[in-house]
Design a protein around this ligand. Structure first.
Ligand SMILES: *Cc1c(COP(=O)(O)O)cnc(C)c1O
Length: 359
């Protein structure tokens, strides 16, 4: 296939270097890292970069992505991040070595499936320490751990939690210590080792770097800080990583000088919104061949100084190029740095060609 537009350029060598830097930090803390591939749909080049960067496990939220990693030749243990659906238990056991769970009935189904497949499935019991997404309330943890440990197809690897995803609750010594305390209570009640304590995602890195992470927390599931080099608490560059790991390239299909405010009576736009327009007079506008079916249009940063994203519809990205550093004409390629949501959409869109770059 020839290189066309729109495309997503992937820089695996840079991702591997980011992985090395972030994973070394976790290893120095004594923790393992499950490198998370979901934002790229487990693209083979990214999965290999994470493995080369020292990932102890590869993790994804989708079983299809875990399978893609296996087909790409990844040989690390595979972790399923999303709480399994009961109807998918057999597939979960087939695709993943270990999964995050919060429901005992589902774990029973995983056990049944594992027994049928002659396998043993590992589970991490998720505890909610405040972000109110997944996890059992701490006072229910013992009951779930005890129930799961009694199942023939299940090995309870340990406990885990997830912060910063739903309510943006920041990992602290207090909520991490709460996880450690729940594990201690579960240990006392059951006599199980529960050796794995999975403390969370990229949002945990600042606490690790500052030395405030309890020693007992010995596993992290890291995606964005590696693949995009960001501190996810404020999206600033994460120290020791680079941010130029992906580029979206689109092509200019129209350049016209137009008023900056629409003419005519206005109803809703194509997505049910009523956008506001700032009157900046006549401006040079460009349209690129990428849209909301491929990308989050307000989640991309134009590379060329002076280019401004005005918005987009399903198939068109609308830019103000009046102040662009270079003269823009039809057929030009323009590049953009995607944020997390934009990268997720670009990876998922079948209309965006993925191109692996060297260097
Ligand atoms: C996506 C996800 C992660 C990784 O999050 P990042 O912010 O990309 O590091 C970790 N744990 C779970 C449960 C997830 O769904």
């Amino acid at each position: 296939m020839s290189v066309c537009t729109p495309r997503l350029e992937i820089y695996p060598d840079r991702i591997a270097a980011n992985a090395r830097s972030v994973i070394d930090l976790c290893h120095r803390h004594g923790a393992q890292v499950a490198a998370v591939t979901k934002v790229t749909c487990a693209h083979p080049a990214v999965a290999h970069a994470l493995e080369a960067g020292g990932a102890d496990m590869v993790a994804d939220s989708r079983m299809r992505n875990l399978q893609a990693a296996v087909e790409a030749g990844i040989r690390r243990p595979l972790m399923l991040l999303r709480i399994p659906a009961p109807s998918c238990a057999a597939e979960v056991v087939r695709c993943a070595d270990i999964s995050l769970n919060s429901n005992l009935d589902t774990i029973r189904l995983l056990s049944d499936a594992a027994v049928l497949q002659g396998a043993r499935h590992q589970v991490v019991v998720m505890v909610d320490v405040g972000d109110l997404r997944e996890g059992v309330w701490p006072d229910r943890a013992i009951e779930i751990v005890r129930g799961a440990a009694g199942l023939p197809g299940i090995e309870v690897a340990g406990l885990g939690c997830n912060l910063a995803c739903y309510w943006g609750v920041i990992p602290t010594l207090e909520n991490m210590q709460a996880l450690v305390d729940v594990r201690d209570r579960c240990r006392q009640a059951t006599g199980l080792e529960l050796g794995l304590l999975s403390g969370g995602n990229s949002a945990n890195l600042p606490l690790i770097a500052s030395g405030g992470m309890p020693r007992q927390v010995n596993h992290f599931r890291i995606g964005e800080a590696i693949v995009l080099g960001r501190n996810v608490i404020d999206r600033s560059p994460w120290p020791g990583t680079r941010q130029d790991t992906f580029r979206m390239v689109a092509e200019v299909v129209e350049v016209e000088r137009k008023p900056s405010v629409p003419i005519g009576d206005r109803g809703q736009d194509a997505f049910g919104g009523t956008p506001e327009f700032e009157d900046r007079g006549m401006r040079l506008r460009a349209i690129c061949n990428v849209g909301r079916q491929d990308v989050v249009v307000d989640g991309i940063e134009p590379e060329m100084p002076g280019v401004r994203v005005l918005g987009g519809s399903s198939d068109h990205l609308i830019l103000d190029v009046e102040d662009a550093e270079a003269k823009i004409k039809v057929g030009d390629e323009l590049a953009f740095m995607p944020g997390y949501g934009a990268l997720l959409a670009l990876s998922t869109s079948p209309y965006v060609q993925k191109v692996v770059m060297r260097g």
